[in-house]
Design a protein around this ligand. Structure first.
Ligand code: FMN
Length: 363
C-alpha cells in the first residue's frame, strides 16, 4: 500500500478535498456594517481556495455570542447573503469551505452586547484577558451566569446558525469548542463553578458542548458537522484541573454522535505544543472519523504524523495569513512569507488580501 500523502485527495464525509492541508479558522475583524463579510473577505478566501479545506473564521451565532469588533455573524439574512458570495467564490476555484460557529461566552464587552448587557458565562467569573473593541485591546467585562432556562436557547442559536451556514452554501460547519470560549468555559472547571446539571462532574461540564453537537448534527447532518477543541490550551484565561478524563469523555460522546471530524489544537494555541502533559493519541484512538491536528505544524511534522497514522488532516493558521498559496509553497519547498503582526486584527486590504503568491513574485 502506498503511504498517505499530504498532497493527495481526501474524502471528508460527502465532500472530496484536493489535499490534506486545512486553513485554520482565523479571526481578522474586517466584517462590514451589520457584521456582513464584504468584498475583501470574498477575495481573501478566494485567494486561499487551494487549501484542501478552508475553515472560515469564527462567526457569531447571535449578537450575544460576539466578543470582538467587526467579526462576522451568521444569524440574519444579510449575513447569509454575504457569506454566500464567499462560498461561491471558493467553490468556483474548486475549493471547499466550512464555517466556524462561535459563542464567545465571557470573552466579550458590554459595548458589543445587546442593550449593553453583561456578557454571559457558565459562572460569574471574569477572565483575566482582553478583547479587541473600539479599535483597542481592553479588559473583558464582568460576566453573569447563564440560567438553566437560557441554555436551550444557546443550543437553538447554534442550530439556526448551522442551518444558515448551509443556506449560505458552506460544505459544513465547525462548532467552536476551543480557546476559552463558551463551550470550553463550560467544559473547564476554572471557568465553571456551577452546581447544577451543567457543572461539577466530567459529564455535567461536557453537557452543553454535547447538546450543541447533537443539535447541530440533527439540524444539518453529522456528516457536515465538525468540532474544534483545545483540551490543554490556556487560551483566553481558561484552566482545567482534569483535561484528560474530561476530553476523553467528550470525544467518546462526539464519536457516538458520528461527527465528521474532530479538530484538536494540541498544546497552547499559537504557543508551545508541550505546555502540559496530555495524551492526544487517546483522542485519536477514541474518535473513528477524521482527526485534524493543529498548532505549530510545518510540512515535516505533518508528514511524520501522517505516516505514523496520528492525524488525517493538518490545519495551518498563521502561515495561511501571509501565504495565500501555502499548499503550493509547501509542496515545492519554497520559502514562506512572515506575517505582519500590525495588520492581523482590523483594517482593510493591507495585510489581508495583498500578500502575494509566489508566481506573482516571480513574474
Ligand atoms: C490572527 C489569528 C486569529 C485567530 N482566530 C481564530 C478563530 O477565529 N478561531 C479559532 O478557533 N482559532 C483562531 N486562531 C487560532 C488558529 O486557528 C490556530 O489554532 C493557531 O494560529 C495555531 O496554528 P498555527 O501554528 O498553524 O498558526 C487565530 C489565530 C490567529 C493568529
Amino acid at each position: 500500500m502506498t503511504p498517505p500523502d499530504l498532497f493527495s485527495p481526501y474524502d471528508l464525509g460527502p465532500v472530496t478535498l484536493s489535499n490534506r492541508i486545512v486553513m485554520a479558522p482565523l479571526t481578522r475583524n474586517r466584517a462590514g456594517p451589520g457584521f456582513v463579510p464584504g468584498d475583501l473577505a470574498v477575495e481573501y478566501y478566494r485567494q486561499r481556495a487551494t487549501a484542501g479545506l478552508i475553515i472560515a473564521e469564527a462567526t457569531q451565532i447571535s449578537q450575544q455570542g460576539q466578543g470582538y469588533q467587526d467579526t462576522p455573524g451568521i444569524y440574519d439574512a444579510a449575513q447569509v447573503e454575504g457569506w454566500r458570495r464567499v462560498t461561491d467564490a471558493v467553490h468556483a476555484e474548486g475549493g471547499r469551505i466550512v464555517l466556524q460557529l462561535w459563542h464567545v461566552g465571557r470573552i466579550s464587552h458590554v459595548d458589543l452586547q445587546p442593550g449593553g448587557a453583561a456578557p454571559v458565562a457558565p459562572s460569574a467569573i471574569r477572565a483575566e484577558t482582553k478583547t479587541f473593541v473600539n479599535n483597542g485591546f481592553v479588559d473583558v467585562s464582568e460576566p453573569r451566569a447563564l440560567t438553566l432556562e437560557e441554555l436551550p436557547d444557546i443550543v437553538d442559536d447554534f442550530r439556526r446558525a448551522a442551518a444558515n451556514a448551509i443556506a449560505a452554501g458552506f460544505d459544513g460547519v465547525e462548532i467552536h469548542g476551543a480557546n476559552g470560549y463558551l463551550l470550553d468555559q463550560f467544559a473547564k472547571d476554572g471557568a465553571n463553578a456551577r452546581t447544577d446539571a451543567y457543572g461539577g462532574s466530567v459529564e455535567n461540564r461536557a453537557r452543553l458542548m454535547l447538546e450543541v453537537a447533537a443539535g447541530v448534527a440533527e439540524e444539518i447532518g453529522a456528516d457536515r458537522t465538525g468540532i474544534r477543541i483545545s483540551p490543554a490550551s490556556p487560551a483566553n484565561g481558561v484552566s482545567c484541573s482534569d483535561p484528560q478524563p474530561q476530553f476523553d469523555y467528550i470525544v467518546d460522546q462526539l464519536n457516538a454522535l458520528g461527527l465528521v471530524y474532530l479538530h484538536v489544537v494540541e498544546g497552547a494555541t499559537g504557543g508551545p505544543r508541550d505546555n502540559a502533559v496530555f495524551d492526544y493519541g487517546s483522542l485519536r484512538r477514541r474518535f473513528k472519523n477524521t482527526y485534524i491536528a493543529n498548532n505549530g505544524y510545518d510540512r515535516a511534522l505533518a508528514e511524520t504524523r501522517l505516516i505514523q497514522g496520528e492525524a488525517d488532516l493538518f490545519a495551518f493558521g498563521r502561515p495561511f495569513i501571509s501565504n495565500p498559496d501555502l499548499v503550493e509553497r509547501l509542496k515545492s519547498g519554497a520559502a514562506l512569507a512572515d506575517i505582519n503582526p500590525a495588520t492581523l486584527y482590523g483594517g482593510g486590504a493591507e495585510g489581508y488580501t495583498d500578500y502575494p503568491r509566489l508566481d506573482a513574485l516571480r513574474a
